[in-house]
Design a binder for this molecule. Structure first.
Ligand SMILES: [Zn+2]
Length: 233
């Protein structure tokens, strides 16, 4: 059962599994987190969640996976290890994916838009966790955050063809729309992550009525960003 938390103007949906905390911001009230004003709220999050640090990368729609050692680097997935260190990802329709290995306290956050999904940044992140952090796929939990669902994600023919040619199953294309969620589940199944290890926030960022999220497709350039992060107690 998810907990909903409001800190001043910021509302978050939180799920806790074992000692892993998965936190997703919404756009209710005046939330408008982006890379420029994150410093303003960082301290309040550190204080409320009793964590030591919040880290994130400078996202560029790449398939670069980085290790966090205290400085902001360019990349679209970030991995670190330890307690009370939160790592997060900014999105507004793209898929935020939070990962933790609860045995050795490794956390990762992945920004997977269509480009990142097409280049399988998620698989690259899990492979790096296994290779460099001694994680094992059976100890991994993957949380798929709020993103644009196929109901609202029409893409051009060129993109649809790219996905079909790349070997994704045909059911990732629904009419003119792309189902990123199915693409990601395909990738997780290839990584031997089974359904019991996958959780998700079942909300479309563009049309969700239950919670409101930032959506680039809906708000264009005026859109803020959703911030999703994960940490161990
Ligand atoms: Zn929708």
């Amino acid at each position: 059962m998810s907990e909903v938390l409001k800190i001043e103007d910021y509302k978050f949906i939180i799920d806790k599994i074992n000692k892993g905390n998965f936190v997703f911001s919404t756009s209710e009230n005046h939330l408008n987190i982006n890379i420029n004003n994150i410093n303003e709220i960082k301290d309040s999050l550190i204080d409320r969640f009793k964590i030591k640090e919040i880290a994130y990368s400078k996202q560029v729609h790449s398939d670069i996976v980085i290790d966090f050692y205290g400085e902001i680097k360019q990349g679209d997935a970030i991995i670190s290890t330890g307690s009370k260190l939160a790592i997060g990802v900014f999105t507004a329709d793209c898929v935020p994916i939070l990962i933790c290995d609860y045995k050795n306290k490794t956390v990762a956050a992945v920004h997977s838009g269509w480009k990142g999904t097409y280049s399988n940044i998620l698989g690259k992140t899990i492979n790096k966790m296994i290779k460099d952090y001694k994680c094992s796929s059976e100890n991994i939990i993957v949380y798929i955050g709020p993103h644009i669902h196929s109901c609202c994600y029409e893409v051009g023919e060129e993109i649809r063809n790219k996905f079909l040619e790349a070997g994704f199953s045909e059911d990732v294309i629904e009419g003119n729309n792309l189902n990123l969620n199915k693409c990601i589940k395909d990738q997780l199944s290839e990584m031997k992550i089974n359904d019991s290890q996958i959780l998700e926030m079942p909300y479309c960022t563009k049309c969700s009525k239950e919670y409101k999220f930032h959506s680039y497709r809906r708000d264009n350039k005026s859109s803020g960003r959703n911030f999703s992060f994960v940490f161990f107690d």
